[in-house]
Design a protein around this ligand. Structure first.
Ligand SMILES: *[C@@H]1O[C@H](CO)[C@@H](O)[C@H](O)[C@H]1NC(C)=O
Length: 275
């Protein structure tokens, strides 16, 4: 897992007393929950909750071994090895204990204001194809986690960290390390966009998600120098569609402009962006 410069910024700890306040700002439309933004605060200061919904062995070695996955590179290969039922039980145990409510209150107590939650598209289980190997049953733990974050006053960045078909070669963070990543097709973009629409709706209509203000449409996709065809195809065909689908869903839900997902800013009506 590598961080973009923006993500790296979240790790910057600030010691000044200006850190602190997260103002709950209520703005209700008939179909939406009360949104909470980081208004009044000029920076995200946060942590990424790694290896919860996508485990990367290099920073969860003991956990990975305890799940029966030692020697397997990614979630796909271990789920395949264990079989779906045994894998789901092992992952259930992991999700239950890897991040607890006390971790969340501890994060908040260190004057951090944000968490980022990487998830794989497979948390929306109807998007998984029959011949794909991903753990099932994570969604209720995601619901629980965003609820805790919201109770603790943290701002949440939801991150589609792993895309259908894998968005970069040989990366365990995609959930399926493969030399030939297959995200770059209309069918897989469509699955990702279905995920994004669904998550957008969940954020705006499920109260546990009311502190989620940002939706990262994809983590670390393939680089131009690795495969320019694929990288260009994403620029042309994935990002604009992802933007449109998120905005279309918000429009369908009659979400007020100031409540739409956006890049963090203390002046939310200016430059509303989704990255
Ligand atoms: C780039 O990806 C395409 C498929 O999307 C593939 O046909 C092509 O061989 C790849 N090029 C390289 C240099 O790997």
């Amino acid at each position: 897992m590598l961080f973009s410069s923006q993500v790296a910024l979240w790790l910057t700890l600030v010691t000044s007393s200006t850190v602190a306040v997260i103002l709950p700002v209520a703005k209700t439309t008939p179909s939406s929950v009360n949104r909470r933004w980081l208004l009044g605060d000029d920076k995200v200061r946060g942590v990424n909750l790694g290896s919860l919904f996508i485990i990367e062995e290099w920073f969860a070695k003991d956990e990975w071994a305890s799940m029966g996955c030692k020697g397997f590179y990614d979630e796909w290969s271990c789920v395949k090895h264990l079989g779906q039922e045994k894998a789901d039980a092992a992952w259930d145990k992991h999700w239950k204990s890897w991040i607890t409510e006390s971790d969340i209150t501890q994060i908040a107590s260190h004057v951090l204001n944000t968490i980022r939650i990487p998830v794989g598209f497979w948390i929306k289980e109807d998007l998984i194809h029959d011949d794909e190997w991903y753990p099932r049953g994570g969604l209720k733990y995601l619901d629980r986690l965003v609820g805790w974050a919201s109770d603790a006053g943290l701002y949440v960045i939801m991150d589609l960290h792993s895309a259908p078909g894998s968005q970069s070669p040989n990366e365990e963070f995609t959930g399926h390390g493969t030399a030939n990543p297959g995200f770059f097709t209309g069918a897989n973009y469509e699955r990702a966009n279905k995920f994004l629409e669904w998550m957008t709706e969940r954020i705006h209509t499920n109260n546990a998600y009311h502190a989620v203000g940002m939706l990262e449409v994809i983590n670390e996709p393939i680089k131009q120098r690795v495969n320019a065809t694929d990288a260009d195809d994403m620029l042309k065909n994935f990002y604009p569609a992802a933007w449109d689908r998120i905005r279309a869903r918000e429009s369908k839900l009659s979400i007020a402009k100031e409540d739409m997902l956006r890049k963090l800013t203390s002046r939310p009506t200016i430059h509303p962006l989704v990255y």
